[in-house]
Design a protein around this ligand. Structure first.
Ligand SMILES: *Cc1c(COP(=O)(O)O)cnc(C)c1O
Length: 426
């Protein structure tokens, strides 16, 4: 071996993994155990005091999950990561480490609908207030920042409308405010976009989508960029004040550029408890091995379908940043040059009834509420996920009566297009 830096595809297969030292197993084993035998009383004491790294109990860490954590940290270019039970659990643990009751955070209002609900409603019970800003109006982020602001949260490619967010510009606003920028990189994955290179401090993923990639496991991950100076800001008690339960250590002083990942593990995951099953970690790791191949195919297929739909007489509009005329095309060239992802929306001339007919007529596409599967997926938000909203609210959420969302899979693109063709004709 030379000391050259491995490329992305090599890291996707090898980062974090070694043959099992006991058995020689080449694939990462599923360590299906709750707990781990201590070498001695002193060993146990040093593990509990955070003086040594090691396994105690699978709620706090597991060797299969550790390989997944190292791998995603390597792919994103971060210092450390923490895998948890879902994308939403990851978001909760991030905010739990950063905010105390009465604090605020600023978030893009173009986010995954589940995140909008989590921020608006459940986070209220923790005393955390979201202040919404518009990614198409950078000044609105500036205006939303107050002395109580502790973080800014955006998505790289926003679900579902194909909004590309200007990460570098918003990172400048975060730096001026002295708060970390959190980027949900679920739709892009590190294959398409590496937010740390554009000024993000923390990355979060739903592993459920393209990273796992096969529609079989829920998971989430937090990646620490190691870039934020917690001690300088001193506004983050979890990281900057002595921890009584760990002999008074200050996490940022002890763990330096991976203190944030440690805080999420030894405080958030330990006490809130959303641990990832090692079986899910194994499936997601297997998925990640083919991430570069799958993402390129997803993007190539999505562009072909978007072009085909743009020329279809029953289609009113297509919102895909990979198309040259799209309003986000220039941002896409900067942030996602290899492809604009596989999730996008389009509008039908016939409105609501036509949308219902389309999702009823498809055969290859699956009509369901998920994205990032090998299979092509379709949903008509107005008659499903957004049915409870008023018409005005639907339009505001990008889920008007004519809107259809696709997550393009990695089947043969001719088959994907043929299915849409017969469903639109039917
Ligand atoms: C699905 C999704 C989430 C939530 O992840 P879960 O694994 O379903 O909890 C968060 N952000 C984005 C962009 C998503 O697509």
């Amino acid at each position: 071996m030379t000391d050259r830096q491995p490329g992305f595809s090599t890291l996707a297969i090898h980062a974090g993994a070694q043959p099992d030292p006991t058995t020689g197993a080449r694939a990462t084993p599923i360590y299906q155990t709750t707990s781990y035998v201590f070498e001695s009383v002193d060993h146990a004491a040093s593990l509990f005091g955070l003086q040594a790294f090691g396994n105690i109990y699978t709620r706090i860490g597991n060797p299969t999950n550790a390989v997944l954590e190292e791998r995603v940290a390597a792919l994103e270019g971060g210092t450390a990561a923490l895998a948890v039970a879902s994308g939403h659990a990851a978001q909760l643990l991030i905010m739990h480490a950063l905010l105390t009751p009465g604090d605020e955070f600023v978030a893009s209002k173009k986010l995954y609908g589940g995140s909008i609900n989590q921020f608006n409603h459940s986070f209220k019970n923790f005393g955390w207030t979201v202040v919404w800003a518009d990614p198409d109006d950078l000044q609105s982020f500036e205006r939303a920042v107050s002395p109580k602001t502790k973080a800014i949260f955006i998505e790289s490619i926003a679900n579902p409308g194909g909004v590309i967010t200007d990460i570098a510009a918003i990172s400048q606003i975060a730096k001026r405010a002295g708060v970390p920028l959190i980027v949900d990189n679920t739709l892009a994955t590190p294959y398409l976009c590496r937010p740390f290179e554009h000024g993000a401090d923390i990355i979060v993923h739903s592993l459920t989508k393209f990273l796992g990639g096969h529609g079989n496991s829920i998971g989430g991950i937090i990646v620490d960029g190691g870039t934020f100076n917690w001690s300088r800001e001193r506004r983050y008690p979890m990281l900057c004040e002595p921890r009584p339960e760990y002999n008074g250590i200050v996490l940022h002083e002890t763990f330096g550029n991976f203190a944030f990942a440690i805080a999420c593990r030894v405080l958030g995951l330990r006490d809130l408890g959303p641990a990832l099953s090692p079986f899910n970690a194994f499936l997601i790791l297997t998925g990640i091995e083919t991430l570069p191949l799958r993402m390129q195919r997803h993007c190539d297929n999505a562009l072909a379908v978007a072009e085909w739909l743009s020329a279809h007489p029953r289609v009113a509009w297509v919102s895909y940043p990979g198309l040259p005329g799209d309003r986000y095309h220039n941002l896409a060239k900067k942030y996602v040059p290899k492809g604009a992802g596989a999730v996008f929306t389009f509008g039908l001339e016939g409105g609501y009834d036509e949308g219902v007919k389309l999702v009823s007529n498809v055969k290859l596409f699956s009509h369901l509420a998920n994205i990032g599967d090998t299979r092509s997926l379709i949903i008509h938000p107005a008659s499903t996920t957004h049915k409870q909203l008023s018409d005005a609210q639907k339009v505001q959420a990008g889920a008007g009566p004519d809107v259809v969302r696709l997550s393009i899979g990695i089947e043969d693109k001719a088959d994907i297009i043929a299915d849409l063709e017969q469903a639109l004709a039917g």
